[in-house]
Design a protein around this ligand. Sequence first.
Ligand code: DX5
Ligand code: ZN
Length: 215
Amino acid sequence: MPIIAPSLLSADFLNLQKDCDMLNASEADWYHLDVMDGQFVPNISFGFPVIEKVRKATTKVCDVHLMILEPGNYAEAFQKAGADYLTIHYEACPHLHRNIQQIKSLGMKAGVALNPHTPVHLLSDILQDIDMVLIMSVNPGFGGQQFIPHTLTKIRTLKQMIKERSLSTLIEIDGGVTLDNAPSILAAGADVLVAGNTVFRSADPVATIAALKKL
Ligand code: DX5
Ligand code: ZN
């Protein structure tokens, strides 16, 4: 069964409590929280005050996706805000190994995210140190974009790398996930599905989450 991680980026920020209550009552496994700095990506989303409040509103896993430069400067603050998983971008980290060690020493699970153009084989020498790889299936920065089909090839290649080394690294797919394309994403080897618009723009978000969970 896939892990379902609805993205709060598509939630109603004036009624976050309502959306948290909905997610808590649903089969959603994780909360996916997208942090953007207006530097690494051309958009600004939300930061610590929102994550702290969301943390208090749920016992589910808080999966924080940092689309920011210099994530090492903020890792401790995200741990204090309540992150369980902290995912940083390969493209933002010249000292990725150090950043990963820092995240793990703070007691969080460490994830590395790849932009659509970044090959999965670049993780070859860090794969054994990380808990999750987030493959971006759209260009990061915005919800509601179209899934890039080449992502499926990247998932298959990464799954093979993980299997060959008998690792338990999770593969998370983020961007443009729908009920239509999710079966092929899972067949390619994904473990975690992020879904923003598909969940929050549907007529019945709880039923949509249940349908994703059943795939
Ligand atoms: C995009 C974010 C995603 C986004 C996904 O940069 O990382 O998590 O919220 O939204 P959808 O599912 O609508 O593509
Ligand atoms: Zn994300």
